[in-house]
Design a protein around this ligand. Structure first.
Ligand SMILES: C[S@@+](CC[C@H](N)C(=O)[O-])C[C@H]1O[C@@H](n2cnc3c(N)ncnc32)[C@H](O)[C@@H]1O
Length: 263
């Protein structure tokens, strides 16, 4: 297990194509662009759109992809919230990036939102962009986690992180394309934290890059850039960390999204 983990980390260092993480060079040279998309003029009351480099750090840089993915996730979240007792909902966005989904969730006044991420420019940008419009109802928190890809100077292992929420206070947690970047130990720690923060009726909507069981050589494989696993393995880990399956059947923008609840 330790050897496997070491080889994975080594793979991250050696095998990382420069072109796939252009922001690392910009981060290291202090030239990372923090501005908004320049194609639009903003007035007060609007949430700006992040620039192309920021959009790229959370998947597709094109505006259509940025909006389509955020809207797709927020639609499923709205459907799940309809089945939960209100009147207000505490929502936790695990690996929130620049708030691609959060910007749609601002339209629902019942939602109190906290997002956290290890990529500091995304968190700084999101706090600046959202707070003039929605104030403290939407908060973005930086976690200084260790990551070659997203936070090269990070100091805290993800296995030691406490999600920024008290026990049993989160009605809905979601993670859009986050477990596609976590090794097994980190994934298990995040599932454990989820079991801690969910209310007894709470739900977690988490996506994975799914590989079919009959095509998988190993239940989980890849490097931090892209981790894939079987759905059975993810659900088994979730069970072992205090969660159970609520709904196995959704695909959101190409990723398998399972819904979990406290066991
Ligand atoms: C593909 S992006 C998706 C971002 C966001 N969920 C979205 O839909 O736009 C993956 C995100 O996971 C974040 N991330 C990676 N490892 C993390 C960790 N251990 N804890 C929190 N965030 C992490 C990255 O910084 C990045 O913002």
């Amino acid at each position: 297990m330790i050897l496997k983990r070491l080889l994975q980390k080594l793979g991250d260092v050696i095998g990382r194509p420069r072109a796939e993480a252009p922001w690392l060079d910009m981060l290291n040279s202090g030239t990372f662009p923090m501005g908004h998309e320049e194609a639009f003029k903003y007035t007060s009351g609007q949430i700006p759109i992040p620039n192309e480099v920021l959009r790229q750090t959370v998947s597709r840089p094109d505006l259509g992809g940025f909006y389509f993915i955020g809207e797709s996730w927020s639609l499923v979240i709205s459907q799940l919230l309809q089945g939960l007792p209100g009147p207000h909902f505490n929502v936790l966005d695990v690996g929130c990036g620049v708030g691609k989904t959060a910007r749609f969730l601002t339209l629902d006044p019942r939602i109190n939102y906290i997002g956290f991420d290890i990529f500091k420019p995304a968190i700084d940008w999101a706090n600046d962009a959202f707070s003039p419009v929605v104030g403290r109802r939407f908060q973005f928190v930086h976690f200084d986690g260790i990551s070659k890809f997203y936070n090269p100077g990070g100091t805290i292992p993800a296995t030691e992180y406490q999600f920024p929420a008290e026990d049993e206070t989160v009605d809905l947690a979601f993670a859009a394309s986050l477990f596609t970047h976590l090794y097994e130990d980190d994934m298990r720690a995040y599932l454990r934290q989820t079991a801690r923060v969910l209310t007894p009726h709470g739900l977690a909507l988490y996506s994975i890059k799914e590989v079919r069981g009959d095509q998988a050589q190993e239940p989980i494989s890849g490097t931090e850039q892209s981790i894939e696993m079987t759905r059975d393995f993810f659900v088994q880990c979730a069970r072992e960390e205090g969660l159970e399956l609520h709904d196995p059947g959704r695909v959101i923008c190409g990723q398998r999204a399972v819904v979990l609840r406290k066991a």
